[in-house]
Design a binder for this molecule. Structure first.
Ligand code: GLN
Length: 261
């Protein structure tokens, strides 16, 4: 009987030790989570916006200015992340619904977006330019009156096209990504589109598209890394600090030079 009691005592002591041990581990995990060490940030991006994010068909991995800046900033600040290249409109939806923590997608910082997003410091400046089929004799936006014009859903391209549509009277046709919008113009389905100058410049040069730019760049503004308004402020701070550090170290210039800037 005494033996039995001893065994029971030993068993319960062991159970207590195990419980304490488990609690200890849990406390450790909670501490790590709170300090953000183990957090893997979910970052959304565009699916085809070269040279900022595009699929490198040799490696089958996404590459580009945004992807490289994000990697350099994360390394500098010691945070983990995974990127989903789902398209611009989808990325905005993911951030707003909380499915993604942030987005980096050649996203122009503007007052309208500031109502629902918080932005990092700007990391690149670009504006919009009109694009037509190569050889087209359209020289001015006013000549688009009565025609159909392509725009990329939820982007600055759409904002500008909608403004001009009201002013000059033409129909706007929406596309989910840049390549399908370019095809619509190159094939003559739509008379023109508006796109970020450096992106359409890259597409015409690298992909030999039958397109040309017309006129001047309008609405130049900075690109920023964005989170849902009021959320993930620590991530924006990390991005800003990392950006400052990679600018100082020369890494930022090195990344831009790699893509021809
Ligand atoms: N810079 C443009 C915008 O913010 C286009 C972004 C994009 O198509 N990825 O709307």
């Amino acid at each position: 009987m005494i033996e039995m009691k001893k065994i029971l005592a030993a068993v319960s002591a062991l159970a207590i030790m195990l419980t304490l041990g488990a609690c200890g581990d849990k406390a450790q995990t909670d501490k790590k989570a709170a300090s953000g060490q183990d957090k893997v940030y979910k970052i959304s991006s565009d699916n085809s916006f070269a040279p900022f994010e595009y699929l490198d068909t040799d490696t089958n991995e996404y590459t580009g200015v945004d992807m490289d800046i994000l990697a350099a900033v994360a390394e500098d600040q010691g945070f983990k992340y995974e990127v989903k290249n789902e398209g611009f409109d989808a990325a905005m939806g993911s951030v707003q619904s909380g499915q993604a923590d942030a987005m980096i997608a050649g996203m122009t910082i503007n007052d309208e977006r500031k109502k629902t997003f918080d932005f990092s410091d700007g990391y690149f400046e670009d504006g919009q330019i009109m694009v037509t089929k190569a050889g087209s004799n359209i020289k001015d936006v006013s000549e688009l009156a009565g025609k159909t014009v392509a725009a990329k859903t939820s982007t600055m391209s759409a904002q500008i096209t909608e403004e001009y549509a009201k002013q000059y009277g033409f129909e706007v046709v929406y596309y989910e990504d840049s390549p399908t919008m370019y095809t619509a113009v190159a094939s003559g389905t739509n008379a023109a589109c508006f796109e970020d100058r450096s992106v359409i410049g890259w597409a015409i040069k690298q992909e030999k598209l039958e397109l040309q730019t017309v006129g001047d760049v309008v609405k130049p503004a900075q690109y920023g890394f964005a989170v849902r308004k009021g959320q993930n402020s620590e991530l924006v701070e990390k991005f800003n600090k990392g950006l400052e550090n990679i600018k100082k170290s020369g890494k930022y210039d090195e990344i831009l030079a790699k893509y021809g800037y």
